[in-house]
Ligand binder design. Sequence first.
Ligand code: GMT
Length: 378
Amino acid sequence: MKIGITCYPTYGGSGVVATELGKALAEKGHSVHFISYAMPMRLNGFMDNISFHEVEISNYPLFDFPLYTIALASKMVEVARYEKLELLHCHYAIPHATSAYLAKQMLSDHPIKVITTLHGTDITLVGLEPSFLPAMKFSIEQSDGVTAVSRFLKEKTLTNYGINKEIEVIPNFVDTSKYRRIDAQDVLKYCAPHGEKVLIHTSNFRQVKRVQDVIRIFVEVKKKVNCRLLLVGDGPERSSCELLAREVGVQDSVKFLGKQNEIVPLLSAADLFLMPSQSESFGLSALEAMACEVPVISSSVGGLPELQIHGETGYIAEIGDIDRMARYAIDLLTNPSKHRLFAQAACKRAMEFEMTKIVRLYEQYYERVLTGERIASS
Ligand code: GMT
């Protein structure tokens, strides 16, 4: 198949899923064309069957705001015609699904299908803003196929937008040949040199991730367990988190590592992953941690209960219930045999989201959309 993929090229989960999917499809012999304003973060180095097409954005002085939606649509048209694309797969609805709709209208001489994958805040947060809602609803309804990364997100889309449309649930995935526990002595020497337990959190430090809760949970755990906290990633909340760590006196036990390309050695050094999010449509970073045998303590929101098995792969608590999350963490960190069982169960559960299996689901879905087969409700 000849596939155009549009995504945000940044560190977010939707970009990661889109890029890993594109790479896996290219390895299977499909011709994959990424269309975005920058090279997707995980698209490093040359790969057979993959091309990147950069969207140029005009900075003409009359335009106070960049007209990305239009520029993207024009680039989609150009690539589709020149590369004979059969479908455009948009990850994160805003504004990609709208650009793809526009492109499809302009491509009246070149039949093309549009698939939109909904990832999270495109539906639960940003898309609900009055300035986006009608365009979102329209663009989703006009897509030839729509997928969501969890049952939760599918339900939210149907109810929040009053959309009458079949939505296929295709969950996030992990490449378990890369995401597996490895020797992490180098990391441990640096972050836990005296055998301290290691808690970890990775995110883009947006408010929705509640990274302050991570620090507050850590404060409680530290009262009972000799431990360290690794915070990986960067974003708008980072400064206030650094301030909080100093205010509550744990600055020497918390390492802010910023954005990291190599996450497996860090996860392999960890004993627990914390994800106390306000909203989480799936929780890709929790899945990656589980694949590295790290049990997860999370909030009960969104799609997290579809991934995590409470009392087996980790524990789930109400949003903001710092005391309970801390108690769960202490329980696991002070009970080695229980921790081992949870770590194994987490890894086993992650295997259910193995990349090859989920990529096949996308391929089958593409085939159904391309042949115009009625898309059944999942
Ligand atoms: O919706 C977002 O916040 C953006 C998106 C991203 O690009 O980072 O994250 C979402 O997509 C991931 C991949 O499908 C999911 O694993 C995340 O749970 C989801 N984030 C939220 O729902 C907050």
